[in-house]
Design a protein around this ligand. Sequence first.
Ligand SMILES: [Zn+2]
Length: 248
Amino acid sequence: MSELLQQLIDMSRTLADPAWDCVILGEGNTSAAADESSFWIKASGTQLNRADRNTFVRVQSAPILAALDRAEMGDDEVKQLLKSATVEGERAPSIETFLHALCLDLQGIRFVGHTHPTPALSLLCSQQSRELFAGSVFPDQIVLMGPSYAYVPYRDPGLPLATALREAISEFMDAKRRVPRVILMENHGVIALGSTTQEVLNVTQMLVKTCRILAGTLAASGPRFLAPENVQRVDNRPDELARRDGFR
Ligand SMILES: [Zn+2]
């Protein structure tokens, strides 16, 4: 088995550790760029906590990305497309393969972890979900995840969600001039992006901690966001940039 696949398996099992409270049963999915034109993605009907070689299939990126430009596709058409794009493995790729293809297409991103952490869902399912993530509340949040996140309004899983995700990423990159580390999906879950598996794990952990802190602030009159100049200083401090590199 390739080292890459082993890394993906290890990352998946860590994300599914019950202590992390990120996924149960078949929840969540993970992926890794295999080469220039294909990636490994969790197969449908598998569980991250039992991840092994047979949990993942390898699919071609191009036909998956191209589907996002097509007019609406029926369920059978989507299934057929996912099947024909699969180049290694017997199982059907996850319905969220489209979402992973988009994330892995971003510069510097080689691993993706999509989970449903309870502390994150508590906020993403709330009335003020967008507002709660509109600022940063403590420095390490900025160091690990950047000063802002891409935010996707609720859409059904599969192509509708991937289409909305593409829009959210493009808006984020136009506005912030950088690749997001975190994508928040309203009433659904989160995506952590990284160049290494460690980065995906670090971002996920820090995101969960941030959500717990935000929930705590709601019992004490709500979050007090750091001032923009403070956020900028942490984001651009040379020692913080070095620390960020050290986290990889
Ligand atoms: Zn999900």
